[in-house]
Write a new protein. Structure first.
Ligand code: ADP
Ligand code: MG
Length: 603
């Protein structure tokens, strides 16, 4: 082919690909335009995950009659004149590309009236061509309606994810802006249903609680700090909310950062947040954070990428230090206040620390640990005392299931409980010496096998919650609960819609009877959100592990002889009694020979 300059419409479609990647990018650009227009009311209405229709109305300034068609032209903007203006930019937009790009790949209409004009305009564009323009009597502000997105770029359409994923992405965009602009009232409707609403009262706390869910927000602390820049560098302010060490996630998706009102992605700053939690969170766990970072506009370059999600700092270390110090300081204050006021400090984040200590069994790699116990079932001369094969007791309550289950073959020798060490390990005697059993790991193993079995046979015992128990979650999690209703039911959780993003917890697995089941549900949702391949069995196993981990007796819990014996009786009949569901050992065996050697009785 000879070299030719591409036709205008081809160029437009190619360029559109940079700005408009998916329905959520349209939502993002249109929200930004509404914010730039000074709106304090933004209404977002989506049909069919945004492919069918995205309609955004605002009560901002509106567009002047003679400028409406110009607004649709590429590189037409009211926000920037000269390159120097980039230094002092206070608007979210400046490239003049969004409307041109969106209109090139959809059927779009704009209905708008400038607040200083009496008559409004309505314009229709089809794949970039204006097909109709007329005057309209409408209130001041702008309504942009985008239909049949990507109708003329089938390749792009093919690359879209499932409806649910696209919907979640839209939700993420909307909630990000809600947090950045608490003084704006946002309403999000999807397929006619209201999914999210902010009150516009200007309180960041209100919005963060809505976006992350009240049950998570309760475990967050407020941070506020200013890093003073020296040698001509500016001051940087950091404001927002971060999680207490009791609240964490296994991914970084809840570290949400804004610079001068713009949601950004920045690995270094993410790292600053994570570093502030040094030693306060277990490895592989990440905090929640919503941070508003403010600095003079000439110290950040937002003109790095068409979607404006990445920025460059003139002095990256400054922002890093500001974020890290502000959070660290607040966390240390929080932790020391807790330690001082409340000896029950042990009840909250030490739970994780307990786990840590019990996981570090010796210096083996705990995850690959395989018990090398030598089992000696038929040791001559061993006559154990008989104990009834009763149900065991957890935290003083009888576990209501497991009763009447067919007796399983024995996988450990009969063990006799002698006592407890450090309220953590059970000491037992068996035919071949002494056994130290980790009470938490052992109980977890027992629960896990029973729960898995009842799950497989569709026989999970559930229990009605006695008082009204509600759970307020993020809008994303609320959708997830609805999508995964069936799976949650099968696991014994019955959650009923109870107001916006709130559920009444009607039934829970019986083994969670005396436990904060909301916490277990939140953890379960985290797993569900991360389940990328819907290989159902795997996720269910993971969820069941959560439930069991939470329901098991803890290290540090003093157990009666009966309770200990109950645990041992059941462990003896587990399929894999040597490890907990995470693969860590449940017991350590000291053989008679080993003991004799230690005491110098053997040559
Ligand atoms: P940019 O936001 O980078 O300027 P856009 O293509 O998004 O580029 O918008 C082009 C122009 O159209 C804007 O500069 C603005 O003047 C006008 N405009 C777009 N949306 C709105 C709106 N909701 N209210 C008022 N003016 C708008
Ligand atoms: Mg714009």
């Amino acid at each position: 082919m000879p070299i030719q300059i591409l036709a205008e419409d081809v160029v437009a479609r190619i360029a559109a690909g940079e700005v408009v990647e998916r329905p959520a990018s349209v939502v993002k650009e249109l929200i930004e335009n509404a914010i730039d227009a000074g709106a304090d009311n933004i209404h977002i209405d989506i049909q069919g995950s945004g492919r069918q229709q995205i309609r955004i109305s605002d009560n901002g300034d509106g567009i002047r009659r003679q400028e409406v068609s110009l607004a649709l032209t590429r590189h037409a903007t009211s926000k920037l004149r000269h390159t120097e203006d980039l230094e002092t930019l206070t608007t979210l937009g400046f490239r003049g590309e969004a409307l041109a790009s969106i209109s090139a790949v959809s059927q779009l209409s704009i209905t708008t009236r400038h607040r200083h004009e009496d008559i409004g305009t309505s314009i229709r564009v089809d794949g970039g061509q204006i097909v109709d323009e007329k005057s309209a009597g409408v209130p001041a502000g702008t309504v942009i309606n985008v239909e049949n997105l990507f109708f003329n770029t089938p390749a792009r359409l093919k690359f879209l994810k499932s409806d649910n994923t696209e919907k979640r992405q839209i939700m993420t965009v909307v909630t990000r802006y809600t947090m950045a602009y608490p003084e704006i009232r946002f309403v999000l409707l999807q397929d006619g249903r209201e999914l999210f609403r902010s009150n516009g009262r200007g309180q960041l706390a209100d919005v963060v609680a809505k976006v992350l869910g009240l049950d998570n927000f309760k475990q967050m602390i407020e941070v506020s700090g200013e890093e003073v820049g020296r040698d001509g560098y500016p001051n940087i302010q950091v404001q927002g909310f971060v999680s207490q060490p009791s609240l964490s996630r296994s991914d970084r998706t809840r570290i949400i950062l804004f610079i001068n009102g713009r949601a950004i992605q920045d690995n270094r700053l993410n790292h600053a947040v994570i570093q502030a939690y040094h030693t306060l969170l277990m490895k592989g766990r990440y905090p929640y954070a919503v941070l508003m970072i403010a600095m003079p506009t000439n110290f950040v370059d937002v003109n790095v990428h068409p979607t404006k999600a990445e920025v460059r700092f003139q002095k990256p270390d400054l922002a890093f230090v500001a974020v890290q110090r502000t959070i660290r300081k607040a966390l240390l204050e929080y932790v020391s206040v807790r330690e001082f006021h409340d000896t029950g400090y042990g009840a909250e984040f030490p739970r994780k620390q307990d786990d840590k200590t019990f996981w570090s069994t010796g210096n083996r790699d705990a995850d690959t640990y395989q018990s090398d116990l030598v089992l000696d079932y038929e040791s001559p001369g061993y006559h154990p005392r008989q104990y009834p094969d009763d149900t065991f007791i957890a935290g003083g309550t009888e576990i209501p299931y497991g009763l009447g289950m067919p007796e399983r073959p024995r996988t450990l020798p009969l063990l006799r409980v002698i006592g407890q060490v450090g309220a953590t390990y059970i000491v037992a005697e068996g035919p071949a010496g002494m056994y130290l059993i980790d009470q938490h790991a052992a109980h977890e193993r027992i629960m896990y096998e029973k729960f898995m079995e009842s799950y497989r046979t569709n026989d999970i015992v559930t229990q009605q919650t006695l008082e009204l128990q509600t759970l307020n979650v993020s809008p994303e999690d609320a959708r997830l609960i609805e999508e995964k209703q069936e799976l949650l039911q099968a696991l014994g959780f019955n959650l009923e819609a109870f107001g916006p993003n709130t559920f009444a917890v009607r039934r829970i697995p019986a083994l969670l009877a005396n436990i904060d089941s909301n916490e277990v549900i939140l953890q379960t949702l985290e797993d569900l959100a991360q389940d990328k391949t819907p290989g159902e069995e795997a996720i269910e196993e993971k969820l069941i592990q959560h439930v069991c981990k939470r329901a098991s007796v803890k290290a540090g819990q003093i157990l009666s002889l009966d309770e200990m014996q109950g645990i041992i009786r059941q462990l003896e009949r587990c399929e894999s009694p040597h490890t907990c569901p995470h693969g860590r050992p449940t017991l350590i065996h000291l053989s008679k020979d080993q003991l004799a050697r230690e005491f110098g009785r053997l040559g």
